[in-house]
Design a protein around this ligand. Structure first.
Ligand SMILES: [Zn+2]
Length: 300
């Protein structure tokens, strides 16, 4: 049990904070607040499913590749992976990973499944360890913050688009030690487009930010490869750096990326008592996301 609260206490705490917030906000803001919580719940569910599906999806492509080259996996392995992949992703419905039964009722949403059912399956009683409620909770809080602070403006939509992609990047980075291009490309292109239409940082700053965010980290890789014979960073973080550079502009983008490296070195010091852990500076994506979000929030 990670949470020190029981489900009932957590629910009471949630209700109290909603009432406290309601007193401080007027009715329009209250409506905006409620809708953004619902939006966060819905999008958070999709993000948490997507995060669960990524390893299966990667396994599927690895199996496809390895079958072509080594014929290493049995047909049954492949069928098992395919079955889980199709079941979880294609229906966009969460299932018990033990008995494959569809979750129903309030078990359908990751956060409610965690709060009220202890992540257990109603059919086989298996307790899932997937912690899918975490990205959902972060999405709800972030969505509410962006909508309530931004109001009904085009910039709020852009902010939500950035936030949702960044949340998925952070959680996949921690779980899988990689940052999928399928998330960083839309973030990069979306940010460049927003700048081109004058809805974000100036386009010059965004383009320079994208180049510097990528090339700066690429230089770190090249230098570390030739000096200490280790590859300190992964290619996924280059693309994440480019997307963040385009999002914040080159000055704040560089600051965010540098800050992320400092945080990662700090994490390694705390966990391994040395600057480079067993996987060097990987995963880095969650620190990139956290520093980008904090710097983005500080500057509106
Ligand atoms: Zn089950």
């Amino acid at each position: 049990m990670i949470s020190p609260y029981t489900a009932g206490e957590a629910f009471a705490l949630g209700c109290t904070s909603v009432i406290a917030i309601a007193i401080r906000l007027n009715m329009v803001q209250l409506a905006l607040f409620s809708y953004s919580v619902l939006l966060g719940l819905f999008v958070g569910e999709i993000i948490s499913l997507y995060i669960l599906a990524v390893p299966l999806w990667l396994a599927r492509s690895w199996i496809d590749d390895s079958q072509m080259t080594f014929k290493a996996y049995t047909r049954q392995d492949k069928l098992n992976y395919l079955r889980r992949f199709e079941e979880i992703v294609s229906s966009l419905s969460p299932r018990c990973v033990h008995c494959y039964e569809l979750y129903s009722g309030s078990r359908r949403l990751a956060l409610l499944r965690y709060l009220f059912h202890n992540n257990s399956c109603s059919t086989c009683d298996f307790r899932s360890q997937d912690q899918a409620f975490r990205p959902q909770l972060v999405t709800i809080i972030g969505t509410t913050y962006v909508v309530v602070s931004g109001g009904l403006e085009p910039k709020t939509l852009i902010g939500l688009f950035q936030l949702w992609l960044l949340i998925a990047i952070a959680f996949i980075s921690v779980r899988q030690h990689l940052v999928p291009n399928v998330l960083t490309y839309p973030l990069l292109w979306g940010n460049l487009l927003a700048s081109a239409f004058g809805l974000a940082v100036p386009i010059e700053s965004a383009v320079i930010g994208a180049v510097v965010g990528y090339m700066g980290q690429w230089l770190i890789l090249i230098i570390s490869r030739f000096t200490i014979k280790q590859e300190l960073v992964g290619y996924g973080s280059f693309m994440a750096g480019a997307a963040i550079g385009a999002m914040l502009g080159w000055e704040q983008g560089c600051l965010a990326i540098a800050f992320a490296y400092i945080l990662k070195l700090g994490e390694n010091m705390v966990r391994y008592r040395k600057l480079l852990g067993p996987t060097q500076l990987v995963p880095l994506g969650h620190w990139l996301v956290m520093s980008a979000l904090s710097i983005g929030m500080l500057h509106g």
